[in-house]
Design a protein around this ligand. Structure first.
Ligand code: ARG
Ligand code: ZN
Length: 465
């Protein structure tokens, strides 16, 4: 009877000119809807990302004023449920959240640590598409990691902000499923005081528009992207725009303090992008480039289409590294952080290939120089095939990871090795990958049992024999 009464009153409340609300499973069928998990399932980062849904698109609209370091934002997320959901989480740190809607209906929400838990007015059925809108405002607080990650996330600078979020700093500026296992397309609308430039991923979606002294910059990243690669770097920049020799749209931007490196960043980024396309396969994105800001992070980050250099003029090696990441890390993204060598080992090996290409020493010579490191060098004790959550970016993940690739190249021969790199980037373009998948492809293409080689280079806590 209670059910009947509820049904009748629900029908009674439905305006005559709208379809009845329940087109999917009935409320009864969703009675076992449960909360989406608070983490995506990466055991090393148990709270990162979330379960129960898959994001298709982020629409990020932020307004930022450097003078008072205030950010206000509205993020619109389009997602598909992967289970019947009574509630689900997003990752967000700091800010006051003023409202959350699901499919335009007010939702209740609560916050604990980085988890923003959203309870929609009615459960969401498995496979259903839904749209979440989160309104928030406050002062961005980047992550300050005293161990070995430095400062990352949305980092306020003197004249704007520098935004580099690897591994999990997207949560410092927009609510998201903050883990590379859930990639999505992005639209950005970034509003700043007129005169400043706001740089996000992908390409400009129209000319910037100015009203009442504030300019809105709209960018669109059409290819799937991991949340940590999203940027909204803004401030005073000098720009050079054009195309690479092969015709890829190219943008270099530098803080005025790095004015003298604008032409080099532009030229080398174009040259490197075109060369990598001949070695790794077609460039995966709609544009390329590089951004130098005056905030010294001590690192660079391979932000999709726009690598960021934090407070230094990049040399050719690091430009070669960050642009190699457009294939290894950005187009092909890791599913679990423990496989980080698939990003850093490959990008480091690319530095060796760039030197070889430029006649500045062979990859073999670089390999031998590293092999000559003493027995007690820390890279031999740290197996790069399993990046440690408290020491993700260890030198071994970079250098010994690159050595693993060179050892592979010697074992299978140049022809198979470079075909393998191109098959790898083609088969998993815009997707997620694991070490096991790479090993399987290498064995298939070479017809060799490579277990012992990968074991020695990736998994043993000692120098390979
Ligand atoms: N992926 C970057 C590189 O290419 C490193 C990023 C380090 N991140 C950090 N929070 N320190 O080297
Ligand atoms: Zn790297």
């Amino acid at each position: 009877v209670a059910l009947l009464v509820a049904l009748v009153s629900a029908l009674a409340c439905t305006p005559a000119d709208q379809p009845p609300p329940s087109t999917g499973p009935t409320a009864a069928a969703l009675s076992d809807a449960r909360a989406g998990a608070a983490g995506i399932g990466d055991a090393d980062f148990p709270n990162d990302g979330n379960g129960g849904y898959d994001v298709a698109h982020y629409g990020i609209s932020i307004d930022y004023t450097p003078a008072d370091k205030r950010l206000s934002g509205i993020t619109t997320i389009t997602a598909a449920a992967t289970q019947d959901l009574s509630s689900f989480n997003l990752d967000l740190t700091g800010y006051d959240v003023s409202g959350v809607t699901v499919d335009d209906e007010a939702a209740t929400f609560s916050r604990q640590g980085q988890e923003l838990t959203v309870r929609p007015a009615r459960p969401i059925a498995d496979d259903d598409r839904f749209t979440v809108r989160v309104s928030y405002a406050g002062t961005p607080q980047p992550v300050r990691n005293s161990a070995n990650l430095g400062t990352y996330g949305f980092i306020p600078t003197r004249d704007g902000a520098f935004v580099t979020a690897e591994p999990n700093g997207a949560k410092t500026w927009f609510p998201s499923n903050d883990h590379p296992a859930d990639k999505a397309t992005f639209d950005f609308a970034i509003t700043v005081p007129a005169g400043l430039t706001a740089l996000a991923n992908g390409e400009l979606a129209g000319r910037p528009t100015t009203a009442s002294g504030r300019t809105t910059w709209r960018w669109r990243e059409k290819q799937p992207m991991a949340t940590y690669l999203a940027t909204a770097t803004l401030g005073t920049f000098e720009l050079r725009e054009g195309r690479t020799a092969a015709g890829i749209p190219l943008l270099a931007a530098v803080d005025p303090a790095f004015r003298s490196s604008l032409d080099k960043v532009y030229t080398v980024s174009g040259e490197v992008t075109d060369y990598w396309a001949t070695v790794f396969g077609p460039y995966p994105f709609g544009s390329t480039g590089g951004v130098v800001d005056d905030f010294a992070t001590g690192y660079a980050l391979e932000n999709q289409t726009k690598p960021m250099y934090g407070g230094f003029a990049p040399d050719e090696a690091i430009i070669a590294h960050e642009l190699a990441h457009q294939w290894f890390g950005d187009s092909l993204s890791i599913r679990r952080w423990k496989d980080l060598w698939l990003n850093e080992g490959f990008a480091t090996y690319a530095e060796w290939l760039w030197a070889e290409h430029k006649g500045k020493g062979t990859a073999e010579a670089t390999f031998q120089r590293n092999l000559a490191r003493p027995a007690d060098d820390p890279i031999w004790a740290y197996p790069p095939g399993r990046a440690k959550p408290d020491d993700l970016f260890n030198q071994s993940v970079y250098t010994r990871g690159a050595m693993a690739l060179h050892a592979l190249r010697k074992a299978v021969g140049d022809d198979t090795f470079f075909k393998l790199l191109r098959a790898w980037t083609a088969e998993h373009r815009y997707s997620n990958v694991t070490t096991e998948q790479f090993v399987a492809l290498a064995e298939k293409m070479s017809g060799k049992d490579l277990g012992p080689l990968f074991d020695a280079w990736l998994h043993e806590p000692r120098r390979p024999a």
